[in-house]
Write a protein that binds this ligand. Sequence first.
Ligand code: AMP
Length: 336
Amino acid sequence: MTHTKGAIATTSSHSAFYNIIPGALEEGLEAYAICFDRDWALWSQYPKLLEKIHVIRVKHYNDAEKIVGAFNSIEEDVIIVPHGSFVRYLPVKHLKQLTHPIFGGIKILGYEGDRDKNAALLQESNILTPRIFKKPAEIDRPVMAKLHGAEGGKGYFIAANKTEFLAKSKDKQIDFIQEYVNGVSIYAHYFSSPLYNRCELLGFDRRLESNANSQFLPPFIPPTFTVVGNVPIVVRESLVPEFLRMGQNFAAKTGLVGPFCLETIVTPDLKIYVFEFSGRIVAGTTVWVPFGNTYANTLWGEPMYMGKRIAREIKEAFKRDKIANIIVDSPNLEEL
Ligand code: AMP
C-alpha cells in the first residue's frame, strides 16, 4: 500500500450513503462508491455529498460480475467496506475475485449467511441461544419459522406447537425452525479492533417490525416481522455487563475484525437470548449518525458512530502501516 491518507470503497446502500461514507469523509479518507441505477434517484438528491466522493455507476445491483469489475477498476489502494446488501448480492465466490482487500475479511460474512453456521458460532462463544429444531417432529414448544432467503423477517411466522407448525408451513419452504423467545428485541452493536486490541460496545437499537410493532395489534391479527425501521435505545443498567461479555466472547472466539451485531431477545426474567449475528455494519447503527450515543461517546470522548469508527480504524492502519491487521480473515474460523 502506497497511499498514506487512506481510501475506502463500497456499494450503494442506506448504510453506505448515510453512515459509512459520512464517517470516511469525517476522518479525511477518500471514498469510492459503486452506485446502482436503482439507487441513483435517491443519491442524486445529495449533490453536496456526491462532489466529495468518486462514484462509479453500475446498472444492476445483482450483477455480481459487473460489481467485481467496477471494484477491480479502482486504481487507488482502497479497503472495501461490506454492509448488508453488499453481502446479499456478492456471493463468497465473487468476494474472492476482488483484488482490493475487504475490511475484516470474507469468512465471517459466509458464516453469517449460513443459518446453521451462524447459530453454531454463537453457541461455541458461550452465548445463550434459542433451541433449533432440525425436524418438525422434534417441535415441543412455540417456534419461530424462518423462510428460505427471507430478508428482514418477511414471511416469518410463529407456531404455538407442532400441529400448528405443520398446518402453517404447508406450501412454504421453511429453512430454519427456532424456539420462539418471548420478550423485547434488542440489537447490540460492537466493533472488534485489532489496533486498539479490544472489543467495543458501541450502542443498541431496536427494529420496528410490521405488524408486530403496530400502534395496536388486535388479538385476531397474527403478528408478522417485516422490518420497516430502527429506533435508538439505551438498555437497563444491569444488562450492560452481560452484553459486553457476549460481544467480547464472540470477538475472541472468531477473531473477527470490525463491526458486528448480536441480535437478541431479552425475556421477562432478564435472560438475553441471541438468535442471530451479523458480521458487518448493520442498518440500526445509522440511528446514531452523526452525533453518536452514550456508550460510544463515553468510550471515545468524542461523537462516535459506526461509519466513523470503521474509518478511524482504517485511517490508523494506513498511518501506522498496519493494513495487514485490519484485513485479516477471522483467523479462528475455518475456510469456507
Ligand atoms: P431476523 O430476520 O432473523 O433478524 O428476524 C426478524 C425478527 O423476527 C426479529 O427482529 C425478531 O423480532 C423476530 N425473531 C427472530 N427470531 C426469533 C426468535 N427465535 N424468537 C422470537 N422472535 C424472533
